[in-house]
Design a protein around this ligand. Structure first.
Ligand SMILES: [Zn+2]
Ligand SMILES: [Zn+2]
Length: 158
């Protein structure tokens, strides 16, 4: 709000509202997508336009939920691809490759950390949504819930 508001965000949001009337848009402190209420939460900041389009991509691709961590990574990749190839040109926005890669890298690191066996460091198999098992030493471990698009914001806040 106020001085931090980019001229492009106030222009972009009404356009998006008009183009996607079945998606709700609401200002927040960071960008995220809530599939339950079909709401894109957006940050009113100049650097947020790429992330806003990314959240709209989740909405248009109907990204609701996932059961395997690898699916979350795939959804993130698809949403960035769609935002960059299909949405950005329509709104005269350029999403640079570094921005997209940085976002996806945080998911790759996250997936690697979750799937690494705490006993022997082999790569485990996800057997349930919150459980991994190591095929090398048979250790099982629990992992926490992860939400769409939250990871990078969490990391940046550290
Ligand atoms: Zn192991
Ligand atoms: Zn995302």
């Amino acid at each position: 709000m106020g001085a931090a508001t980019s001229p492009s965000t106030p222009l972009l949001i009404p356009q998006l509202r008009r183009d996607y009337p079945d998606v709700q848009f609401q200002a927040d402190t960071y960008c995220h997508w809530d599939p339950k209420t079909r709401t894109v939460y957006y940050q009113e900041a100049p650097e947020a336009v790429a992330d806003i389009l990314h959240e709209v991509a989740h909405a248009l691709l109907d990204h609701v939920d996932y059961t395997q961590d690898i699916q979350l990574l795939a959804m993130e990749r698809d949403a960035w691809h769609f935002a960059r190839q299909d949405l950005a040109p329509r709104y005269a926005i350029v999403i640079d490759d570094d921005h997209q890669q940085e976002a996806l890298d945080s998911y790759r690191e996250w997936l690697h950390a979750r799937s690494t066996c705490p006993s022997c460091s082999a790569t485990g198999m996800q057997i349930e949504r919150h459980n991994y098992r190591c095929l090398a030493c048979e250790t099982s471990w629990r992992v926490n819930e992860a939400r769409i698009c939250r990871l990078r914001r969490v990391r940046l806040l550290k």
